[in-house]
Design a protein around this ligand. Structure first.
Ligand SMILES: [Fe+2]
Ligand SMILES: [Fe+2]
Length: 235
């Protein structure tokens, strides 16, 4: 058990890493996950101001599209907990960036957000815009997390956006950190989609746990060690 996990345990509504990294996580009520997220924000010492801002932004996602909202809450908690599995990673930016990674989807029509197949070129362009829109909306409040948000689709088979906006951050060390954290948010994003979306991406049949694990590893091979840790925690 990690040190942060000890901290959580005394708090009400605690969701253990064991739960977070097992399939039962995706059956939990969203209120319960949100409770754990609120607790996590306090324990990671996110300031009151920032907590309020995050809640405000999440509420906007909620009003726009419930599915995106639930996905955002789960990805926030997942990214934070993945961060707890390796040394030297800060959970705070992972939680913030995870929660807000798809905020830009509030600018996409519900018609398009709910579409499962038959995308044309224009649809792809519109969906891809969510990355830059999200970045623009949060950069003045959460600079470091915004840098993560703007990179969360850089690890796709076809990464987007093609160009990352010029950053105010110039330190090479910090940029490396941003890339590491972005990779984790992307993994949490992929993991959540794999467990919750039934858009027929991997065929029409429901996938078994073994099949999901296989896909997770195949599509995120650079993260194989982290995936092994997640798997271990879920047992
Ligand atoms: Fe996204
Ligand atoms: Fe996402």
């Amino acid at each position: 058990m990690t040190m942060t996990e000890n901290l959580y345990q005394d708090s009400e509504g605690y969701i253990s890493n064991k739960q977070v990294f097992s399939e039962s996580f995706f059956e939990l009520q969203i209120e319960d996950i949100l409770g754990a997220v609120n607790q996590e924000m306090k324990l990671l010492n996110i300031s009151e101001d920032k907590q309020l801002k995050i809640k405000e932004l999440l509420e906007e996602i909620h009003k726009h599209n419930v599915e995106t909202y639930m996905h955002s809450i789960r990805v926030g908690l997942l990214a934070s907990r993945i961060g707890s599995l390796a040394q030297g990673l800060e959970q705070k930016p992972l939680l913030q960036a995870g929660l807000l990674h798809d905020y830009g989807k509030t600018t996409i029509s519900n018609h398009l957000l709910n579409k499962k197949k038959g995308f044309n070129e224009k649809d792809y362009k519109n969906v891809q815009n969510h990355v830059l829109e999200g970045y623009k909306a949060i950069v003045s409040h959460f600079l470091f997390s915004a840098e993560i948000v703007v990179r969360h689709h850089q690890f796709n088979a076809k990464p987007y956006p093609e160009e990352i906006p010029q950053s105010e951050i110039h330190s090479k060390k910090t940029i490396n950190k941003i890339n590491t954290y972005s990779r984790i948010v992307a993994l949490a994003d992929f993991y959540d989609a794999l467990n919750t979306r039934n858009d027929g991406k991997y065929g029409d049949k429901e996938l078994s746990n073994e099949e999901k694990k296989g896909i997770l590893i195949r599509e995120n091979y650079d993260m194989i060690e982290m995936i092994a840790k997640m798997d271990e925690q879920g047992k």
